[in-house]
Design a protein around this ligand. Structure first.
Ligand code: FE2
Length: 177
């Protein structure tokens, strides 16, 4: 199916002063839209024209002939997610499960924020930083819980695999105090 640029889920000026209306307009209408237009051009003739965006990304991953399609389709997907991670008057406390993992891995939420911002400002290029979480191996020897506990461990494994949170940050000017 053709890729489509989704509307921004808020007004262009809704994230000021963190992101200006000009930034959002350019980023959404030009930058994101370029991935949509390029993706639609590059998918032609691949046999993937009727596939969903997710299926196109998966099918083109690590296929050298489809590298351009993968780059544009995956960036289209990334940006769809990106718009939804922000909202006017957003921020505030982390959901409890995420906070627990952040404190466990970084020591504190403040330390996480410090490390996260530092990773962004020292990243060459866009300053894009993502924080994700990996599946944790079990201390007792990396056993597959489904094998170890056949009667109910599927839920346990799913919980460990679940992504508890991700943040995406483009380098932003700090708002005036
Ligand atoms: Fe972008």
């Amino acid at each position: 199916m053709a890729f489509e640029l989704p509307p921004l889920p808020y007004a262009y000026d809704a994230l000021a002063p963190y992101m200006s209306a000009e930034t959002l307009e350019f980023h959404h209408d030009k930058h994101h839209n370029a991935y949509v237009v390029n993706g639609n051009n590059l998918v032609k003739g691949t046999g993937l024209e009727d596939k969903s965006l997710e299926d196109v990304v998966k099918a083109s991953y690590k296929d050298e002939k489809l590298a351009g399609l993968f780059n544009n389709a995956s960036q289209h997907w990334n940006h769809i997610e990106f718009w939804q991670w922000m909202k006017p008057n957003g921020g505030g406390a982390m959901p409890g499960e995420l906070e627990k993992r952040v404190v466990s891995d970084f020591g504190s939420v403040d330390k996480f924020k410090e490390d996260f911002i530092n990773a962004g400002v020292t990243q060459f290029g866009s300053g894009l930083v993502l924080a994700g979480c990996r599946r944790r191996r079990q201390a007792e020897g990396h056993q597959d819980p489904e094998r170890r506990e056949p009667g109910g461990a599927r839920r346990d494994r799913a919980a460990r695999l679940r992504r508890v949170g991700a943040f995406l940050l483009h380098r932003l000017p700090q708002p005036a105090a």
